[in-house]
Design a protein around this ligand. Structure first.
Ligand code: SF4
Length: 228
């Protein structure tokens, strides 16, 4: 059943989160096009807001460049969350190229666990997922309880289409990852992202060779082994 929150605009959802949760709510982004739209809307609501990203140690140089650009443009400081293990320590503990053998475990170590530790400080987190992106995301609501991490989750863009996202970016001259113009519609770690070809799904370039479509952050339960 629809709740009143499901009818909120993205701006209203963000205002609700900032008003109700103050400094105990944060945007969490990997700086895809949806994240950039959300950051831009948030920056028009209030000058200061918390923005968290997970730096897995395997991000593209273009993603780091975009982070620096948006810190400059919006005058904010991104809170970077790091995995407990450095890439070398992970290799010592789990062997080389874990992402090729067990990407669920790798995402668990490098994404889910660090985010879990960070979210323990908060009462709510704001994501930029859209319901059309994956089967898992189809059931997402604008305002929901995240039982996995134990806090409120706000998804202000859940009912936006990809066309609406790009329309907003172009109309408002919002910065975006230059890899999108080189055939990468969805961008994660270097080892698990490839360019797509025309006709492929936007997320076909993520974890190529695996059925995996989610890193585990937006699953109601962590991907198998992700908490190991
Ligand atoms: S996206 Fe790939 S490299 Fe990055 S954490 Fe997940 S499995 Fe590891």
């Amino acid at each position: 059943m629809q709740s009143a929150a499901d009818t909120w605009s993205a701006e209203l959802a963000l205002r609700w989160a900032f008003d109700r949760l103050g400094n105990q709510v944060a945007l969490v982004s990997a700086f895809g096009p949806e994240g950039m739209v959300l950051i831009d809307i948030a920056a028009h609501i209030q000058q200061r807001f918390r923005l968290i990203t997970i730096d897995t140690g395997f991000l593209f140089a273009e993603t780091h460049k975009l982070m620096a650009e948006l810190e400059e443009r919006y005058g904010i400081s991104i809170e970077k969350v790091h995995p407990a293990l450095s890439p070398a320590e992970q290799e010592d503990a789990h062997g080389p190229a874990l992402w090729k053998r067990n990407p669920d475990l790798c995402c668990g170590l490098r994404k889910v666990q660090p985010l879990r530790r960070k979210l323990a400080e908060l009462r709510g987190w704001i994501s930029s997922i859209r319901s059309h992106q994956t089967v898992v995301r189809a059931g997402a609501r604008k305002l929901e309880w995240d039982a996995k991490f134990g806090l409120a989750k706000i998804n202000p863009l859940v009912d936006w289409t990809a066309a609406e996202i790009w329309d907003y970016i172009r109309k408002n001259d919002v910065p975006y990852n230059e890899l999108h113009d080189r055939g990468y519609p969805s961008i994660g770690c270097t080892y698990c992202t490839r360019a797509t070809v025309p006709g492929e799904d936007d997320r076909a370039g993520r974890w190529p060779g695996f059925a995996k479509t989610e890193c585990g952050l937006h699953l109601s339960e962590p991907a198998s082994n992700s908490s190991a």
